[in-house]
Write a protein that binds this ligand. Structure first.
Ligand SMILES: *[C@@H]1O[C@H](CO)[C@@H](O)[C@H](O)[C@H]1NC(C)=O
Ligand SMILES: *[C@@H]1O[C@H](CO)[C@@H](O)[C@H](O)[C@H]1NC(C)=O
Ligand SMILES: *[C@@H]1O[C@H](CO)[C@@H](O)[C@H](O)[C@H]1NC(C)=O
Ligand SMILES: *[C@@H]1O[C@H](CO)[C@@H](O)[C@H](O)[C@H]1NC(C)=O
Ligand SMILES: CC(=O)N[C@H]1CO[C@H](CO)[C@@H](O)[C@@H]1O
Length: 375
């Protein structure tokens, strides 16, 4: 019961935020430029290896997340072991398959969230995959090695830290180092404090840097309900979603690995995981335009909720007064959610004219034609 109360509170508060900032007019329709791809479930984060056209996806169990164990959604029934799976979808051949975890510690939970790839600059077939894993014993970051062309991830190590409390999303900057966002100061174990944090939109969350020598430190703070994080191609600039303030915060990375805040772009609706277009540098993010419908969907998978995807473009030359001087926020896709709902990630591959959509609870993924969306 508590679970639903908590979810309802969370989404109603976000709905209030949305009402305060009605920026978009929503056209409700199913989109014919997109098609469903079946196989995995609850692919909450997707990152594309652009050279090969392989999309790496952190997927899970729809029902498990709703009813058993997935702390980000308030599902905290510890009786059943979560055994979720990362998948690969090949944008060229359309092959889709789960990845085998090799040498993974025996009998260890797998409950996935953010995913990040680090591609070896001297050999693009050598990929390190970083996965946030909400083990029932505590949330950690798992580091695994992958060779393009294989169907396995080889376990290398687990990182846990007092500073990594409620990890949400991460960006790997080398085969051993990463930045990770915490989405709350308090875990599900501290219900009251967590509700207060959400209700009052405290600027209590942060970004943690994990260094090669094993130390962790706060790289940025003053974020409200931190969420998706992405970097530009050379990791000199970072983008972090601040859910409680409906902003995307832009940072410059300093030599000491701290993140220096340069700008806050107002989006106006609660947004989720971010993705960068490797060609244009534009940042894509899904948002939830109708939160009451989303709450209903979480309780009844047959009741769809609309989705909206926006992109943030740097248009310093053509200043847009609504969002400040530098950025333009444009709508890429709006959907009535009948075919796909609760979108949590929109990953772009311009070379293959594709926008891949994943959802933290729905079945399958969706592939759209970027050009058909006018993007
Ligand atoms: C937790 O899951 C078990 C196994 O599915 C179930 O029997 C039990 O009722 C659940 N407990 C709660 C509090 O939902
Ligand atoms: C570890 O690396 C970090 C970042 O490079 C540095 O700030 C810190 O001093 C190092 N700590 C130790 C114990 O070497
Ligand atoms: C990273 O890329 C940006 C442009 O995208 C460039 O201005 C900057 O100098 C680069 N930084 C480094 C450290 O290479
Ligand atoms: C946006 O573009 C301007 C002008 O090209 C540049 O100075 C600025 O650094 C850019 N900002 C980001 C976050 O890319
Ligand atoms: C990796 C990441 O940012 N995950 C977020 C994506 O969307 C879901 C649904 O809102 C969030 O719970 C995750 O925190």
């Amino acid at each position: 019961m508590y679970r639903y109360f908590y979810r309802a509170l969370f989404f109603i508060l976000l709905a209030q935020l949305y009402d305060e900032a009605k920026v978009f007019s929503i056209i409700v329709r199913s989109d014919p430029k997109c098609r469903p791809i079946k196989g995995p479930e609850a692919c909450e984060d997707i990152e594309i290896h652009h050279k090969s056209g392989l999309a790496f996806m952190a997927c899970g169990s729809e029902n498990g997340r709703r009813t058993q164990w997935w702390p980000p959604l308030g599902s905290v029934n510890t009786t059943v072991q979560p055994l979720e799976t990362p998948w690969i979808y090949n944008l060229e051949t359309e092959e889709i398959f789960p990845l085998k975890l090799k040498d993974f510690p025996k009998d260890t939970d797998v409950s996935l969230h953010g995913l990040s790839l680090y591609i070896d600059p001297s050999n693009s077939n050598k990929v390190t995959v970083f996965l946030i894993n909400h083990r029932r014993s505590g949330s950690v970051v798992e580091i695994l090695d992958h060779t393009i062309g294989t169907k396995e991830l080889i376990y290398r190590k687990t990182v846990s830290s007092e500073l990594i409390v409620t990890p949400n999303d991460l960006v790997a900057v080398s085969a051993d180092e990463f930045y990770v966002t915490n989405d709350h100061r308090y875990t599900y174990k501290q219900e009251k404090e967590r509700e207060f944090e959400i209700a009052t939109r405290r600027l209590w969350t942060n970004v943690i840097f994990h260094a090669k020598n094993g130390t962790d430190f706060v790289a940025a703070e003053g974020i409200s309900l931190g969420n998706g994080i992405v970097a530009n191609w050379n990791y000199s600039r970072f983008y972090v979603n601040s859910g409680g303030t409906t902003e995307t915060i832009i940072y410059t990375r300093l030599d000491n690995n701290l993140l220096f805040e340069t700008e806050r772009v107002h989006i106006g609706i609660p947004t989720d995981n971010l993705s960068v277009d490797e060609v244009t540098g534009e940042v894509y993010t899904p948002g939830f335009p109708d939160l009451p419908a989303l709450i209903k969907y979480l309780q009844d998978p047959k009741s769809p909720a609309p989705d909206l995807i926006v992109k943030i473009s740097n248009v310093t030359k053509k200043a847009d007064s609504r969002i400040g001087s530098n950025y333009q926020v444009t709508k890429v896709l709006d959907s009535d959610g009948k075919e796909f709902t609760a979108i949590s990630i929109a990953a772009v591959d311009r070379k293959r004219d594709a926008l891949l959509l994943g959802s933290f609870v729905s079945k399958g993924i969706t592939r759209c034609k970027l050009s058909a969306l006018g993007s």
